[in-house]
Design a binder for this molecule. Structure first.
Ligand SMILES: Nc1ncnc2c1ncn2[C@@H]1O[C@H](COP(=O)(O)OP(=O)(O)OP(=O)(O)O)[C@@H](O)[C@H]1O
Ligand SMILES: [Mg+2]
Length: 112
């Protein structure tokens, strides 16, 4: 199992959620976060000055999936969330040791 953590533009959430739903992803966690990347949170043209860091609102989507689905999910999020402008976001992938459904005690992939 892997956790896919995607930081995306807030205006892309609905589209990403719909794409994941159509693909059959049922469980996900969505948070409102703030962050910055290479441009230190500046939205305009970067003029090469030493700007202080500015944190912009982003959405974090976390999905735990079987290893076999990782590439599909990453491709889907990338396609939907891309505008081509700076600040489109980033995807991080983590190994997941275990998952447990509290109601039933099911674990590993059965718990997803
Ligand atoms: N190295 C990082 N570690 C943790 N979070 C990050 C990192 N880089 C980016 N993020 C998160 O992703 C969000 C979007 O980053 P962003 O798309 O601006 O990345 P970038 O590397 O600057 O690429 P781009 O040049 O396309 O803007 C940030 O606001 C932050 O929340
Ligand atoms: Mg950036």
């Amino acid at each position: 199992m892997k956790k896919i953590e995607a930081i995306i533009r807030p205006e892309k959430l609905e589209e990403v959620k719909d794409a994941l739903g159509k693909y059959g992803i049922r469980g996900m966690t969505v948070s409102q976060v703030v962050g910055c990347g290479l441009q230190k949170g500046r939205v305009g043209v970067y003029r090469g000055h030493e700007y202080s860091i500015n944190l912009l609102p982003k959405i974090k989507v976390e999905i735990v999936v079987n290893d076999t689905k990782v590439q599909d999910v990453v491709d889907m999020i990338s396609d939907v969330a891309r505008t081509g402008a700076v600040g489109d976001g980033k995807i991080f992938i983590f190994p997941v040791e275990n998952a447990i459904r509290i109601r039933t005690g099911e674990f590993q992939e059965e718990a997803l």
